[in-house]
Write a protein of this length. Sequence first.
Length: 188
Amino acid sequence: MAAPTGFSLKDMTGDWVTHKGLSDDYDPVLALEGVPWWKRQAAGIITVTERITHTKDDKDTHKIVIEKRMTGGFKAEDEVLVTDGSIQSLSHSVFGNVKVRSEWSDLSEVDDKWLKEDWNHGSGENDGVNDAQHIKVSVSNDQLGWDLTVVWGFVLIDGKYYHSRRMLCRKGDQVAKAQIIFAWSRRG
């Protein structure tokens, strides 16, 4: 189901389900990140439901906790994004040792046109923080030599409002892109 009208990144609390029919194939991104073939095949088959708990503090720093459940009820690793721009060093079971930075962004510093264009900003009001309409997540794996930029926002597809995450992965001169569309399920 499409997201409720006027929904924004200021509060993503709820259940979101990957919409395979509207999403791009993200196997090329996973391959560039060094994810083994069999795990990529599994990722192409399963549906992921994300239960997001979104809070913010008095400094307008947002904390987004993402609990992931896969087809069959299997639980994946939780993710925690804190939009203060700090770098978190994490050990991830799929992606290895990574550095993650999450922040609000107006996308002016993003160098890829595809990551910047064709977003829908809901009600037209400020849907983000301090005129930044998007959450940008930068992930790097120094050992495997890849960098991933993920931009969170909303898109309009066939007149319906969906949450989207656009991913661009770079490894040397190789580039892979994918857009994942999330359907709204319910308020958490």
